[in-house]
Design a protein around this ligand. Sequence first.
Ligand code: CU
Length: 149
Amino acid sequence: MFKAIDTLLRRALLALALVMAAPFAALAAEMTVYKSPTCGCCVAWIDHVKAHGFTVKAIDVRDVSGVKLANGVTRELASCHTALVDGYVIEGHVPAADIKRLLKERPAVTGLAVPGMPMGSPGMEGPVTQRYNVVSFDKSGKTRVFSRY
Ligand SMILES: [Cu+2]
């Protein structure tokens, strides 16, 4: 009798714990963004990912290329800022939706990049909108189109 109540109580507590943990699991990951102190579009991109639920720690560095080199971002892939999130490298003006998809699907890649700084990408909004691709890249330098805009 007591054992049955005990089991019920345990199940109820477990259910409660799961319900309470769910909102935390749904929270987006924390991101560290390396950028030059004078980069305006970097800040605009940070605002974009924050608006999509990411927590951002921005670090100003004098030479972002050192961060890129250390994280497998080649010259062809390079943009302004370099971000690290949950084991992945995010280079440039990558839309938050792609980062969320990356973190959900977790492919075996180093990260995502939007090379250069295409007009119309998040943080680069203006009167002109260019077409651009988000590419995934790996350690060997191999790239693959992840999404098209
Ligand atoms: Cu930029």
